[in-house]
Ligand binder design. Structure first.
Ligand SMILES: *Cc1c(COP(=O)(O)O)cnc(C)c1O
Length: 465
């Protein structure tokens, strides 16, 4: 045995580094809900501790873990807590952290059933649960990918495959050269990752037929061009700024009449479909052909967790298919047929654990609570002079602005410096805005009130200056 190998066995047997990491994790969890939401200036400066050459010789494993904790932990953003409202992120339901921890030691790759029977089993089970939760067609298939960026890519790849196949064109063999034309129709507020997928798939963003949207970012039905069977129509469940939903019921009916493919980008918003009081927002979404949704946003799974769902499993597996002579296909699920990757981590473990833990009622309650907190935020900020809520708070997003762009920017910068909560800016109807996304199970009424106070304080600071 080599000396290094000896050392690794020792690390494994005496468990010191595992206990050390576990201890750090507990300390981290204890502090994260009270800590400043964004790293302090000092913590950011200390990141220079990582600016080193790759060492010549091995370092003690415990020192590596220690370095990671000492300089890494303070430089994290507290997305796990209840006052991180930036972008659209999510916290993690505690059972998800525990399950991920156990799954880390399993280190499974659910590419094939023989490679990970447990991974394969959980993927099959959760696929059924999701169909049920979202009320999708029974034959819908699910692929477990890294996020909605990837899920959008997979859904649109399935669409591209099917449309060309109907034109007697096998995209996998013939490629795009001289291929029949595919039309792309989407709203002017489509998410950037949709455009990225269109680019990667060789469909070309310049070919997009843009549809006008209303003041909430919803596609205007009357502005949708004439659709046909060669069209991919991309809709949205949850506008990244306003949280608004396209009118799936009406639009899908129109698309289905001519056989167009409808893909729904529902990164965070699709979950409204699993909430009794909110599912009116996704009415008719089951009539689409593919859906992209995240676990790591609204459902609060750990990163990374995205899901592509497709009511045309054959198109999906044909679009993402791969095979090799050593591939053992089984009658059970082989996960790689539903994702672009062969090897990937078994993110299904946490997704399963959280759904198993919450049940339908728990999912409903957790997400409805986020909605109520968003309403609370809007209700508490509206009476404060100098702040304006710019959207209808139908789900979990609130758009706030001040009297001028300049003021909005300065107030946002001050809120970020106060570190009570964290949010980012965006552009809405040509104006600079502050975007608030309530996406954590851990956000309490107190968190909202405290954060609104921070907004007020920031405005006062900026006005005095
Ligand atoms: C976040 C988001 C995406 C991208 O999802 P990732 O999980 O970050 O890849 C796509 N569309 C919308 C509407 C989003 O909010």
């Amino acid at each position: 045995m080599s000396k290094l190998q000896d050392k690794m066995f020792l690390d494994l047997r005496n468990k010191n580094i595992f206990n050390q990491a576990q201890q750090y994790s507990y300390e981290y969890l204890k502090s994260i809900f009270d800590r400043e939401v964004y790293p302090t200036e000092a913590a950011l400066k200390n990141l220079s501790a990582f600016d080193e050459e790759l060492p010549e010789n091995p370092t003690e494993a415990s020192s590596v873990i220690e370095q990671l904790n000492t300089y890494g932990s303070p430089a994290t953003t507290a997305t796990l807590g209840g006052r991180y409202f930036g972008f659209v992120c999510g916290s993690v339901v505690p059972v998800g952290l525990a399950a991920k921890n156990l799954g880390t030691y399993w280190d499974q790759a659910p590419a094939m059933n023989v490679l990970s029977p447990i991974g394969s089993k959980l993927e099959s089970v959760v696929e059924k649960w999701l169909i049920n939760l979202f009320n999708l067609p029974q034959h819908t298939s699910a692929g477990f990918v890294s996020g909605t960026s990837s899920a959008n890519l997979c859904g649109l790849a399935a669409a591209r495959y099917r449309i060309l196949e109907r034109n007697q064109w096998d995209i996998n063999k013939k490629g795009l050269r001289n291929a029949p034309e595919i039309r792309i129709v989407t709203g002017k507020q489509a998410h950037s990752t949709v455009l990225k997928a269109i680019g990667i798939l060789g469909l070309g963003t310049e070919n997009i037929e843009w549809v006008d949207v209303d003041d909430q970012g919803r596609i205007l039905y009357e502005s949708i061009p004439k659709l046909d069977a060669n069209t991919i129509l991309i809709l949205q469940a949850g506008n990244v700024n306003s949280g608004a939903f396209d009118d799936f019921d009406r639009i899908c009916k129109k698309a289905n009449k001519v056989g167009a493919w409808v893909h729904i980008d529902g990164a965070f918003g699709l979950w409204a479909g699993a909430v009794n009081e909110l599912k009116y927002l996704t009415k008719g979404m089951e009539h689409a052909s593919s859906w992209a949704v995240d676990g790591h946003k609204t459902l609060n799974t750990p990163y990374d967790c995205g899901i592509v769902l497709c009511s045309d499993p054959e198109a999906m597996t044909s679009a993402l298919h791969m095979s090799g002579s050593y591939i053992i296909e089984s009658s059970e699920r082989d996960g790689m047929f539903f994702t672009p990757e062969m090897s990937r981590r078994a993110r299904i473990i946490e997704l399963w654990a959280i759904l198993r833990h919450l049940g339908k009622q728990g999912v409903d309650e957790m997400i409805l609570t986020m909605h109520h907190r968003a309403k609370q935020f809007a209700n508490e900020i509206t009476p404060i002079k100098g702040f304006y809520v710019e959207n209808d708070v139908v789900f979990n997003q609130i758009i706030v602005r001040c009297d001028t762009d300049e003021l909005t920017e300065r107030v946002l910068g001050t809120i970020q410096k106060l570190r009570t909560c964290w949010l980012g800016g965006s552009l809405w109807s040509g104006k600079r805005v502050i975007r608030v996304s309530i996406c954590s199970w851990a956000t309490t009424e107190y968190d909202i009130t405290t954060s609104v106070k921070s907004f007020k304080k920031a405005l006062e600071i900026v006005r005095i200056k």
